[in-house]
Design a protein around this ligand. Structure first.
Ligand code: THU
Length: 130
């Protein structure tokens, strides 16, 4: 967990946040130890901004990773409180990671909060509903 936090802290500088100035960094760890990183990327058309969690997951999927390969995701902000994934990210995490995969929130004090994917979005709409 400490290693993931160090990677997230180092990479948060890459957040593209000219509008909110709110930096978020996400690190995805695969079961084989590989790492994918993501940051939030904003746009002048605000609604087109992409969160760090989705950036990390889309980078991994773009390289052929699938849910069974993923161990956990860590979400870091440089705030002294926990920031939890937004609703859109919960929906995407729910589908692109396994139900029992961990979602870890980390803050600037080095504290962690860990939840399972299924706990983050219970009663979600999934591919099973289609
Ligand atoms: N943001 C994330 O990257 N992840 C979240 O789960 C919550 C929000 C970003 C989106 C936007 O760039 C900034 O934080 C402020 O909303």
């Amino acid at each position: 967990m400490k290693k993931l936090l160090e990677i997230a802290k180092e990479n948060i500088k890459n957040a593209y946040v000219p509008y909110s100035k709110f930096r978020v960094s996400a690190v995805l760890e695969l079961k084989n130890g590989e790492i994918y990183k993501g940051i939030n990327v904003e746009n002048a058309s605000y609604g087109l901004s992409n969160c760090a969690e989705r950036s990390a997951l889309f980078a991994a999927y773009s390289n052929g990773v699938r849910k069974e390969d993923i161990k956990r995701i860590l979400v870091y902000t440089d705030k002294d409180y926990f920031v939890s994934p937004c609703g859109a990210c919960r929906q995407v995490i729910r589908e692109l990671m396994e139900d029992d995969a961990s979602v870890i929130m980390a803050n600037s004090k080095g504290e962690f909060k860990e939840l399972l994917n299924i706990e983050l979005l219970p009663h979600g709409f999934t591919e099973k509903d289609l």
